[in-house]
Design a protein. Structure first.
Length: 562
């Protein structure tokens, strides 16, 4: 394939006498003279031995390169970073997690823009590198396909399937003397049996499903095990698909329309997906130039039921959903009943409806995905709350199993570590609302996930008796009565900053309200006394992030500089 129209960017780098020095450099990395006539496709690999989520992605990148090269393109594999939420969770290092999304997006944009690649295959396997890849793809707007690295297989202990959240909750159970040190060690050793992303409908599997629904992955990419022939072939097909997109001049922004984002939100709700999807979809839409707001989640959520009985609030893991067909039969059902926009273009070059035309329903008797007339919850579990504690909005994860309203007494902590220790020490009791503040995008900085404290609450057996609210965020593995992304955050003078121990707080998922039961005069008095804390970081990437980052209600992005 040597059509100049498919080499819009690479031709500027390698064509002509004056580009001889560029060609000389590329000869050294394996280019032949024939390769200079081919479209160059960058393969963005998030491989790293930092985390099991990404430890296999170098092999997937090689498979994608095979797909490109066999389709008469020239593949060039390059790396970007990844971090591990699961490893850094509950530590100071977790502040770099959301920051890494921006670094990944910036790094992919930098390499592709500099090297003149004509198209992109991006392979992500963990929470932040997936939306990071998509943000770069949207900014660059060159023919692209995203590939999900795939889910992990479950561990097993006493005939019970395990994943990383099982270990976090086992810590709480050990603190409550429900298990001993030996059993905690057994769970720890068995929970993560190999490569792949965390096994429930946590953030990685949520975002993989959202990106497939968005039309930016090949059909079924979200529902394949990390170590499988299906996943290897998915990568090869993705490499070939980018060449087809080049021929047809189909770019990401032709696919990532408002209707496509609405499809992604619909599928996330039906699957009971992570609250992080709100943050990441807002960020991806921002990079695309599509107007998606918190209120779109409310609008869509009023009509879309939660159907999937998947962890963390349900019983099943992604590996089990793969066995019955993945998310394609669910999408087909949603399409047939009018919940999805079938005319949206996808990376296959076909519409969503055309991709789903021959998809067969789930097998009879399965109880993993409920029918539309028997939902787990009749509307969205992702509830956007407003009120005097969240004038800019907050995001709650309410599956209905916890109830729909909670009123309790505030116990206030200025950092996650303080709250976790209090929970493990037994200081948190029935009726408490744990308030964790100064953990927002600017205040943290970095907006840490609160999986350690929420898992400790569950492990202590307080999941239905205690609520937790924060200007930080939650892991996809979090469940219980939790509210995050509270905006404005405490650090910039949001009302969370002036909550005191003993205050009464109500979380109302029926009226979408987060209320501090303190009169306006007292709130004003407290604000008069409040002073913004000194920044925790004054140099380096965290300081730079804190200076640039937008509100969580806008996706916590760093390139919205208007």
């Amino acid at each position: 394939m040597s059509d100049k129209n498919t080499r819009t960017f690479s031709s500027l780098v390698v064509d002509g006498m004056e580009r001889a020095p560029s060609r000389a450099m590329l000869h050294a990395v394996g280019f032949s003279n024939e390769d200079f006539k081919k479209p160059q496709i960058g393969i963005a690999s998030t491989w790293s031995m930092v985390t099991p989520c990404n430890m296999h992605i170098n092999k997937l990148a090689d498979a994608a390169a095979v797909g490109v090269n066999n389709a008469e393109g020239k593949a060039v594999v390059f790396n970007t970073i990844t971090i591990s939420d699961g490893i850094s969770m509950g530590t100071e290092g977790m502040k770099y997690s959301l920051v890494s999304r921006e670094v990944i997006a910036d790094s992919i944009e930098t390499v592709v823009g500099c090297q003149g690649f004509d198209g992109i295959v991006a392979i992500g396997g963990c929470d932040k590198n997936m939306p990071g890849c998509m943000m770069a793809i949207a900014r660059l707007n060159r023919p692209s396909v995203f590939v999900y690295g795939g889910t992990i297989m479950p561990g097993c202990h006493k005939d019970k399937k395990l994943d990383v959240v099982s270990v976090f909750e086992a810590v709480g159970a050990r603190a409550n003397n429900q298990i001993d040190d030996a059993e905690l060690a057994e769970i720890e050793a068995k929970a993560i049996p190999g490569a792949g992303s965390c096994g429930g409908m946590y953030t990685a599997n949520t975002m993989a499903s959202a990106i497939e629904a968005l039309g930016m992955s090949l059909p079924n990419s979200s529902a394949q095990a990390a170590i499988s022939d299906d996943k290897r072939l998915d990568c090869e097909r993705a490499g070939a698909a980018v060449l087809e997109l080049l021929k047809k001049d189909i770019k990401p922004r032709d696919i990532m329309t408002k209707a496509a984002f609405e499809n992604a939100i619909t599928v996330v709700i039906a699957l009971g997906g992570s609250t992080n999807a709100v943050l990441h979809i807002l960020a991806m839409a921002n990079a695309t130039g599509v107007d998606i707001t918190l209120d779109d989640f409310t609008r869509i959520g009023k009509n879309v039921p939660m159907l999937a009985d998947l962890k963390p609030s349900g019983r099943y893991q992604m590996a089990e959903l793969i066995e019955i067909g993945g998310i394609q039969p669910l999408m087909k059902t949603l399409l047939d009943k009018g919940y999805l926009h079938g005319d949206c273009l996808t990376v296959t070059g076909l519409t969503l409806a055309e991709n789903l035309a021959d998809v067969r329903p789930y097998p009879e008797g399965q109880d993993m995905i409920h029918s539309l007339d028997n939902p787990i919850k009749k509307d969205s579990h992702l509830v956007v709350l407003y009120g005097n504690l969240a004038s800019g909005g907050a995001v709650a994860k309410i599956t209905g199993k916890e109830g729909l309203c909670f009123t309790g007494t505030a116990k206030v902590f200025n950092a996650e570590e303080q709250a976790l220790q209090s929970i493990l020490n037994g200081d948190i009791v029935k009726g408490d609302v744990i308030v964790i503040r100064y953990e927002g995008p600017k205040g943290g900085p970095g907006m840490r996930e609160m999986l350690s404290p929420t898992s400790a609450v569950m492990g202590k057996g307080l999941g239905k008796d205690v609520a937790l609210i924060t200007d930080g965020r939650f892991s996809g593995g979090t469940h219980g009565f939790v509210v995050g992304h509270i905006t404005p955050e405490a650090y910039v003078g949001g009302a969370l900053a002036i909550v005191e121990n003993g205050d009464t707080i109500t979380i109302d998922a029926e009226n979408n309200e987060l209320k501090l039961h303190v009169n306006e005069h007292e709130i004003a008095r407290r604000f008069d006394k409040w002073k913004q804390p000194a920044p925790r970081y004054t140099r380096g990437v965290l300081a730079k992030y804190a200076k640039l980052v937008s509100s969580a209600s806008l996706g916590a992005v760093t390139d919205n500089l208007e």
